[in-house]
Design a protein around this ligand. Structure first.
Ligand code: ADP
Length: 467
């Protein structure tokens, strides 16, 4: 069980980050160790060489000041005091034959280097070599130096102490490195887990939401880091989705509701035609009724599609420089007969030559919808006022009417699809006119707003960017 859990961790980002930390730490530590080790080895060798050179100069002065006999006995005494297995002294002829030596019992197989002797013959003061000595576990550092009357002093020193020191150094360093690596991997793991905990919380919330807990949100901690920003963006996205889903649900509910009545009516008419024997005139009336209901359904579906297309910007309509003042004036003229028929005064104040960049048909539809509503909801004897003004780079079209107005409760919803205020249910309409008008205004870079005094009247204001 635990093993499975641990094995599963190996695919996590935290695990991979930890591996990276540990690997980088190991490589850097090993590099540092290698550099340190090489420096220490070379310092140790330089010290050994310096000791050998000091011995050479000491014996050289003994030879020249105190003579050969004293030199020979000093050679033996010095080897005994340092340890005959650690150091040896040998006096050689220029050809390399042994003339005198300290106790060589531990250095029996040590010969002379022809290369070193040649270097001395060629004029060098001294020459070094590192020797592997047969049947001896440690190597030796050997110095050859000229010492009075063309004789050569060979001094050898065992590198046993140096080897032991470097061995201890290697052991201590490897142990420290293993401990540090485990420690750094542990710290890396804890840090990576902590950094990833926010991501895990977002993932958990997303999983819960996918199971139906739509109200869940990621808790935001006051850290201001990337995870916090991710959580905030995630929550904002969820809120937005929530609004969209609720909107869509409302819309489909309304649509189903609005489709049911005409479909039921069509069915009723068809049923009547089937069950009761009627005259030709009645059949014709029933057919006309059916066509009317079908037209209503088609209008609803087509307007829905128009709104969706306009909002999504899917179909790119022809956009041209449009004289919006002229367009509004023409629409007002079209509504003049309605105004007379309804006994409503139509007052217009439209400033000349106001241009916008837009699609003429869409803009016409938007203004027609607003005027259509204004006349629908203005009782006989009332007034519809249309005005158009240019103001700071904006064209403002206002359509106001006297009449029932819209209650403060209804006002925020009137631009939603299929929304109809209760008081206007008696009027013909499908509740899509304002949604389409708003979609068109927004598609032209503008907006639309409404203000109302219930019982007195309503005012719609469209703003569009001036061309
Ligand atoms: P409808 O087809 O019902 O007119 P709209 O989307 O055009 O649909 O309007 C939505 C609702 O807003 C209407 O049902 C109506 O209640 C209200 N409304 C729109 N314009 C006016 C207005 N000028 N005066 C009063 N109420 C209005």
């Amino acid at each position: 069980m635990y093993l499975k859990k641990i094995l599963n961790q190996r695919h996590t980002l935290a695990f991979r980050l930890t591996l990276w930390y540990a690997a980088i730490f190991a490589i850097l530590s090993f590099g540092a160790f290698l550099a340190f080790y090489l420096i220490i080895s070379s310092v140790i060798q330089r010290n050994t060489d310096q000791e050998l050179l000091n011995d050479l100069s000491e014996f050289s002065s003994i030879m020249s000041v105190r003579g050969y006999d004293s030199f020979e006995s000093e050679m033996k005494i010095e080897a005994e005091s340092d340890g005959v297995d650690k150091v040896f002294f040998r006096l050689l002829s220029p050809k390399g034959e042994t003339l005198a030596s300290s106790n060589m019992s531990s250095w029996r197989n040590v010969g002379t280097s022809r290369i070193a002797l040649k270097r001395l013959r060629n004029g060098a003061d001294h020459a070094f070599e590192t020797l592997a000595i047969p049947e001896h576990p440690d190597r030796a550092r050997v110095l050859y130096g000229i010492i009075g009357h063309g004789k050569i002093l060979q001094i050898g020193k065992s590198l046993k102490d140096d080897r032991q020191f470097l061995e201890i150094f290697r052991e201590v360093f490897s142990t420290i490195m293993v401990v540090l690596m485990l420690f750094s991997a542990l710290i890396g793991w804890v840090m990576a887990r902590q950094a990833m905990s926010g991501v895990e919380e977002v993932t958990r919330t997303a999983m819960d939401i996918s199971k139906g807990a739509f109200e869940q949100r990621v808790s935001i901690r006051d850290r201001g880091d990337e995870i916090n920003r991710l959580a905030t963006a995630f929550n904002v996205m969820l809120d937005r989705i929530d609004v969209l889903v609720t909107g869509m649900r409302e819309m489909t509910d309304n649509m189903a509701h609005d489709l049911r009545s005409p479909v039921t009516r069509i069915r009723g008419v068809a049923e009547m035609a089937l069950t009761t024997g009627k005259s030709m005139d009645e059949y014709e009336a029933m057919a006309a009724n059916t066509i009317e209901e079908c037209d209503r359904l088609l209008e609803m579906v087509n307007t829905m599609l128009d709104i969706s297309e306009t909002e999504a910007g899917a179909s790119k309509p022809l956009m041209v420089k449009t004289d919006i003042a002229e367009l509004v004036r023409v629409v007002c003229e079209l509504f003049q007969p309605t105004a007379e028929k309804n006994n409503v005064a139509l007052i217009s104040g439209i400033s000349d030559n106001s241009f916008v960049y837009g699609n003429i048909q869409a803009l016409q539809r938007m203004v027609v919808n607003l005027l259509d509503n204004a006349f629908k909801y203005t009782p006989s004897g009332g007034t519809v006022t249309v005005s158009l003004k240019g103001n700071e780079g904006q064209i403002v079209i206002s359509v106001s009417n006297t009449g029932i107005g819209i209650s403060q409760d209804d006002l925020p919803h009137i631009f939603k699809r299929f929304y109809r205020c209760d008081q206007s249910r008696s009027q013909a309409g499908i509740g899509l006119g304002l949604s389409l008008a708003q979609a068109i205004a927004k598609a032209h870079g503008g907006n639309i707003s409404a203000a109302s005094n219930p019982g007195q009247g309503t005012k719609f204001m469209v703003t569009l960017p001036q061309f």
